[in-house]
Structures are given as structure tokens and as C-alpha cells.
Design a protein around this ligand. Structure first.
Ligand SMILES: Cc1cc2nc3c(=O)[nH]c(=O)nc-3n(C[C@H](O)[C@H](O)[C@H](O)COP(=O)(O)OP(=O)(O)OC[C@H]3O[C@@H](n4cnc5c(N)ncnc54)[C@H](O)[C@@H]3O)c2cc1C
Length: 395
């Protein structure tokens, strides 16, 4: 315990000295998804300093560029950063999805080749899972990989690929055997997005942004050294990666979109009297319910994480966290815009009539609709919970 206290004071001192003042307004990680290429100034400086310290991936082993912290130290560090309003230097699927999967299931050569690119913030990954006819029914994927000895040649297409336009590498599920039960003919491969056979077509969203692409593969080459697990056994690797994804969506889904206001603050401002007192009993009931649900969810997440081996992402329980966490976050965003009334529907470019919080709430409300679909829709999580956790008979 004395060591943990020493760690806490050293970490606080290091953060005081190294986190640029301008970054200390993003507690919760607002900039965490930005790639190195999109950064400049203090955001880049913060990334570089953390990379040097090993704190882009604080608990990963030092030989791959991580910080080598114990689970307790990592938890303490996150708590200190939150208190100091300091963002994580990096987030996204490199750090939360492919990195942990490689740590668990990659060979030593694969870890040495790919993890330092993540811990330095230099290499960004995208996820090639979904296809036009393979979303919830992911095992139906048809993108084909032909075995050419020391490499595969890949043809087909993926859709809804987040951040494909900024990614350096893709982790991808491909069909290597079309003649067996569909889950059994899938492999998990990695290849660079610079391959001349990769082309992208951006997809525009309701918000006007375009964070997704459809990605086409025309004779793309993936080296056999970049096959994770065995040929035709990629479904197991792919499912484990989904558990890492689901735990990060469920637990981290409440990204704040730059909103500094809590639901209680908003209720006092938009629905309270001149002293901020709220008279509406139904609103008070709703606020209390949200608060209790949020705290109960945080405790459940902690209990489930504590019950698994320290620092390891839980298994099927991630479907519970993903289901409940994403529904709760969606519910909270709905409530925020409803409390704000017409001010909760701010156009992103209308700074004259809407505050940062109001425009942020509109963005959050629109974006949280996606949380109950991304990483597997809520109905699919309920299927997994009934089959794998409750062991109910399947139809
Ligand atoms: C924000 C976001 C980011 C994403 N990023 C990526 C990415 O980077 N890479 C990637 O590969 N994919 C990505 N996806 C795709 C995502 O994984 C799929 O959208 C998801 O798996 C659902 O597949 P689908 O869109 O084909 O919907 P469908 O499978 O067609 O499902 C549509 C609806 O049908 C219902 N449904 C489907 N199956 C069942 C069932 N068994 N029981 C009951 N109801 C059912 C549900 O209501 C479901 O919402 C992303 C999606 C979103 C929203």
C-alpha cells in the first residue's frame, strides 16, 4: 500500500509537469480518438510525452512500449487523471481492441511487430468485420481469402468501417473455407491499408459527418505471418476481440461530446425556478432513477471486473455491460435534450443561438443511437446473455 501511495504522488507530480495546461479541460478523453496525423500543438506534445513514458498503454508490458503498471497502479492513474481533468492520450480500437487481442492471442513476433506502433501512437487500426450481408449474422461473411503459400489474396468488401480513411492497418475476418459450417471457415488476418488493392468509399451520416467507409479489396495481400491464431480458427479470435470491444462500448460509452453540464445542472437551469429549485415531481423521479441506475451500473461493472482475473477483460459478461451501458447512455442523452427543450436541438454550426453544451447535447443524442448497434446490436447481446449466461434453451 505504501508503494501505491508513492506511485500516486509520483504520478501526480509527473502529470503536473508534463500535461500541457491547455489539455486539462478534457477529462474523460475528448481528444482520445484522434490519430497522430490529425494532431498538432499541445495535443501532439501530450501524445509524445505519454508515449515516451509508456502511458499510452500504461498496463502493457514495457518490452512493447507500455508502462508496465500493475492493475492497481493503472486504476489509480486513471482516477488521478480524471480528478485533474486530464484526457487519456489515446483511445480507439488500436488500444482497446486489436492491442489487447494481440497481447492475449498473438505470437511473440506479432506482438513485437505490431504493439510498439500502438504504444507510440504511430499506427492506427480499423476493424474489417461487417459486410453488407453480415452484421448481426457476422459468421455469414463472404470476403474471400485464398491461400497462396506464404500469403493470402483477399477479395470482397467490408462496410461501416470506422476510421478506415485514417487507418494504417486493418484487422479483418475473411473466409478461408466456404465448404464447412460457416463459423469454422473463417480466419483472422492483418494487412496494411496502403496495399494497392484497398479502396475506400466514405458513407455520410445523419449528423453530416462521415466517420465510416465501405472498403473494397481487389487482390489484397496479407502475409501468413500476420494470421492471428490458426487458419479457419479466426472465429474464436474474432469473438474475443468483440468482448474487448463490447466492454469498451458498455463501460466507456458515455463519452461527453464536450458537455460540461450534468443532467442535474441542466434540470436546474432549464426547468428550475430562479433559484434552480425543481418543482416537477416526475422530473425529480427521473433524475433520481438515472442517478441510481448509473451508480448501480458502475458498481456492477466493477464487481464483474473484480471477479475476473485482475486486468483481464471479462468473457460473455461483456454482453451484459455492453447492453446495459449503451442503453443507459442513450437514455441519459435522450433525457438531456428533453430537459433542454428546444435548446437541446442545436445545429452544430449555429453558435449564435446555441451554447457549446446545447450543441454537444444534440451531437450526443444523435450519436448515442449508434451505441446500441455498434459492436453488435442490443438484440444480439440479449441473445448471447440468454444462451451463454442464463443457459436458456435456444429456439
Ligand atoms: C457507430 C458504428 C460503428 C461501427 N463500426 C464498425 C467497424 O469499425 N467495423 C465493422 O466491421 N463494423 C462496424 N459497425 C457495424 C456494426 O457492427 C453493425 O452495424 C452491427 O453488427 C449490426 O449489423 P447491421 O448493421 O448489418 O444490422 P442488421 O444485422 O441488419 O440488424 C438490423 C436490426 O435487426 C434486428 N436484429 C438483427 N439480428 C437480430 C436477432 N438475432 N434478434 C433480434 N433482432 C435482430 C436488430 O434490431 C438490428 O438492429 C459499426 C456500426 C456503428 C453503428
Amino acid at each position: 500500500m505504501a508503494n501505491l501511495e508513492t506511485f500516486k504522488s509520483e504520478a501526480t507530480a509527473w502529470l503536473e509537469e508534463n500535461c500541457p495546461a491547455s489539455m486539462r479541460k478534457h477529462g474523460g478523453g475528448a481528444d482520445a480518438e484522434f490519430t497522430r496525423k490529425k494532431r498538432s500543438g499541445d495535443s501532439l506534445l501530450w501524445l509524445d510525452r505519454c508515449a515516451e513514458k509508456g502511458w499510452i498503454a500504461p498496463s502493457w508490458p514495457t518490452e512493447y512500449g507500455g508502462g508496465g503498471l500493475s492493475t492497481e497502479e493503472h486504476v489509480a492513474l486513471v482516477g488521478i487523471m480524471k480528478k485533474m481533468n486530464i484526457p487519456a492520450p489515446l483511445g480507439g480500437m488500436s488500444l482497446t481492441m486489436i492491442g489487447p487481442t494481440l497481447l492475449e492471442l498473438g505470437t511473440e513476433e506479432q506482438k513485437k511487430e505490431h504493439l510498439p506502433g500502438i504504444t507510440s501512437g504511430n499506427v492506427h487500426w480499423c476493424q474489417g468485420y461487417s459486410e453488407p450481408n453480415a452484421g448481426s449474422d457476422l459468421a455469414n461473411l463472404q470476403t474471400k481469402a485464398e491461400d497462396k503459400g506464404d500469403h493470402f489474396i483477399i477479395n470482397g468488401s467490408k462496410i461501416w468501417t470506422s476510421g478506415a480513411m485514417h487507418a494504417d492497418w486493418m484487422f479483418c475476418l475473411v473466409r478461408t473455407d466456404p465448404n464447412v459450417q460457416k463459423q469454422k471457415g473463417i480466419s483472422f488476418v492483418l494487412f496494411p491499408m496502403t496495399d494497392p488493392g484497398v479502396s475506400l468509399s466514405p458513407i455520410k451520416l445523419i449528423s453530416g459527418q462521415s466517420p465510416f467507409c465501405q472498403v473494397f479489396f481487389d487482390n489484397v495481400r496479407a502475409e501468413k505471418s500476420n494470421l492471428i491464431g490458426k487458419v479457419n480458427e479466426g472465429w474464436t479470435v474474432g469473438k474475443r476481440l468483440l468482448q474487448h470491444e463490447r466492454s469498451s462500448i458498455g463501460g466507456g460509452g458515455s463519452s461527453r461530446f464536450g458537455i460540461s453540464m450534468t443532467l442535474n445542472d441542466a434540470a436546474k437551469k432549464y426547468r428550475g425556478d430562479e433559484n434552480g429549485k425543481i418543482d416537477d415531481p416526475l422530473l425529480k423521479l427521473e433524475l433520481t432513477r438515472q442517478d441510481i441506475d448509473t451508480q448501480a451500473f458502475a458498481l456492477t461493472t466493477k464487481r464483474i471486473t473484480d471477479e475476473t482475473m485482475s486486468g483481464v477483460t471479462p468473457g460473455f459478461a461483456t454482453s451484459m455491460l455492453k447492453y446495459y451501458g449503451s442503453e443507459l447512455t442513450k437514455d441519459s442523452a435522450e433525457m438531456m435534450v428533453s430537459i433542454m427543450g428546444p435548446q437541446g436541438l442545436g445545429r452544430d454550426d449555429d453558435r449564435d443561438n446555441f451554447s457549446d453544451d446545447e450543441r454537444g447535447s444534440t451531437r450526443a443524442w444523435l450519436f448515442t443511437k449508434a451505441l446500441t448497434i455498434a459492436g453488435g446490436c442490443s438484440e444480439v447481446q440479449l441473445d448471447i446473455i440468454s444462451k451463454r449466461i442464463l443457459e436458456l434453451p435456444t429456439g
